[in-house]
Design a protein around this ligand. Structure first.
Ligand SMILES: [Zn+2]
Length: 506
């Protein structure tokens, strides 16, 4: 498709702050890429006599690179607004006890709903750390990819798996019977049995990656998503990286989201932090993304991240909701570490709106110090959601910026929308003003996906209707069973025990 966006304002880091945009610009797109970008008069000359050229009137619109969410869990779309006031560990027990089984069609619907909300709120790329409440099968993965293919969003899917749970080991040592709980039953089989499952899963993933990596003109990617640092052995991570790198893919793994996780990992690895342990095992690199990374504090760990190029993913909404803490974002940026931003799943956020997550990333850190020099700037937050997200998707220099030769992932925001009126400094407006309400057009990989505020790739209303009809099928919609209630209590006893220990310096 050939596309001309005429007479828009263009977000430009080189433009003076007070505006941060250049006026009366045009963008020419041919196929998947931006072929020319600049003053409208110059681009009009280049676009002359091009057959089949589709024109978008960009007057009073700001063109920005599409935002990229570098961490979510699409199945949680069924669970938005379902829970409150629990920290992560008891929240997980509730989730395990009540989330039920998703069919392949449920996964399609949940991923499609994620894509719909993201596209309509100016997000062109999503990294989906996919979970499934049961054994993996090819059709579940296939169905999720089909949803992203049909939606038109750029998507990377990283299915979750694990092979040894150090939280359960800590529970055993401290005298809490997590192992018999719904959480423990999902994670606690003996190592030989878990290894067999791991090998089976890697076989399924290998086939799926062969079929889907780079599909839809490179718009779809398949990563591997070990569950979390407290859930895997070093051997599991090495096998994961071998398979990911065979397919030119990345590894995406939750990393010290909570103090409990940090405690359990240090206990399991002779006092080493997860980053020290991963560094020692040689499993950090620029193709490794680490959502949350909340409890990374030491100079040594920050240096390891900077040196290896591994990318922490900030999820401020989930971290606030579950009370997990706030990552050392200022320190990470000051160490030259690339950081991305993710919305996280809708059970811990509870939406898929990147503008909101960018705003939280830009503001929440102000509470940590009264020194404004340590606060996060609007441009730093927007860069994390664009340039940082591109690096997380292994698309550094391909998306996240609007320049000739780059892939055309473009969002046009209506400056006549109340949230963007009057248009002052563009970076400040993007970080603080809630730009999702102003999204008018979205282009992904050169394709027009949202036109005049409506998705044109598939029937979003029909998908939303089917999605709503499925929800009563899940146990969390009904009275919580006694077993889950009891297991949440057991987990809380463990959680308080560990939190008291870490508060006392353990
Ligand atoms: Zn997550």
């Amino acid at each position: 498709m050939k596309l001309l966006i005429e007479h828009c304002d263009l977000l430009d880091p080189r433009a003076p702050r007070t505006r941060s945009a250049r006026a009366d610009q045009s963008i020419l797109v041919d196929g998947m890429r931006i072929t020319a970008i600049g003053d409208a008069a110059d681009i009009a000359m280049q676009a002359q006599n091009q057959p089949g050229l589709q024109v978008i009137d960009g007057r009073h619109h700001l063109a920005i690179p599409g935002l990229i969410s570098a961490h979510t869990h699409s199945p949680e779309n069924f669970l938005r607004g379902a829970v409150e006031r629990d920290p992560l560990e008891p929240w997980l027990v509730w989730l395990y006890g009540t989330c039920g089984q998703h069919t392949a069609r449920d996964h399609y619907l949940a991923a499609a709903m994620s894509a719909i909300e993201m596209l309509l709120s100016g997000c062109t790329g999503s990294l989906d750390h996919l979970w499934h409440g049961g054994p993996w099968s090819y059709d579940i993965l296939d169905s999720t990819m089909q949803a992203y293919r049909d939606s038109g969003i750029r998507a990377t899917v990283a299915p979750m798996f694990d092979d040894h749970d150090y939280v359960l080991d800590a529970g055993d040592a401290l005298g809490h019977d997590l192992r018999a709980s719904v959480y423990g039953i999902a994670h606690g089989a003996d190592d030989a049995a878990r290894r067999a499952v791991l090998l089976d899963n890697l076989d399924i993933f290998d086939d799926w990656m062969t079929d889907w990596q780079g599909e839809a003109n490179g718009r779809l990617q398949t990563f591997l998503g070990p569950g979390a640092g407290q859930l895997v052995t070093a051997e599991c991570l090495r096998m994961t990286l071998d398979l990911a790198r065979k397919h030119g893919a990345g590894m995406h793994m939750h990393c010290v989201e909570t103090r409990v996780q940090d405690y359990c990992i240090r206990r399991a690895h002779e006092g080493r932090t997860v980053i020290q342990w991963m560094y020692d095992e040689g499993v950090l690199g620029p193709d490794v993304t680490l959502p949350h990374s909340v409890w990374i504090r030491s100079e040594a760990d920050l240096d390891h991240l900077a040196k290896t190029g591994a990318i922490p993913v900030h999820n401020p909404a989930a971290n606030l909701k579950l009370g997990s803490g706030l990552m050392a974002l200022r320190e990470m940026l000051d160490h030259g570490i690339t950081v991305a931003i993710g919305v996280d799943g809708a059970c811990s956020n509870d939406n898929q709106n990147m503008f909101e997550s960018v705003k939280l990333a830009a503001l929440a850190h102000n509470l940590k110090s009264y020194d404004p020099k340590t606060w996060i700037s609007a441009k730093e937050a927007v860069d994390a959601a664009t340039v940082g997200g591109a690096a997380a998707m292994l698309l550094k220099g391909e998306v996240g910026v609007l320049q000739a030769g780059k892939l055309a992932d473009i969002v046009l925001l209506d400056e006549h929308s109340p949230v963007l009126s009057p248009m002052n400094d563009a970076y400040n407006m993007l970080a603080y003003c809630g730009g999702s309400a102003a999204v008018k057009h979205v282009i992904v990989n050169g394709e027009h996906v949202v036109k005049d505020g409506r998705i044109i790739t598939f029937d979003a209303a029909a998908i939303a209707q089917e999605f709503r009809e499925r929800v009563d099928h899940f146990p969390f919609r009904h009275e919580i069973d006694d077993r889950t209630k009891k297991d949440v209590k057991i987990c809380y006893a463990f959680w308080w025990d560990v939190m008291n220990r870490v508060s006392n310096g353990e």
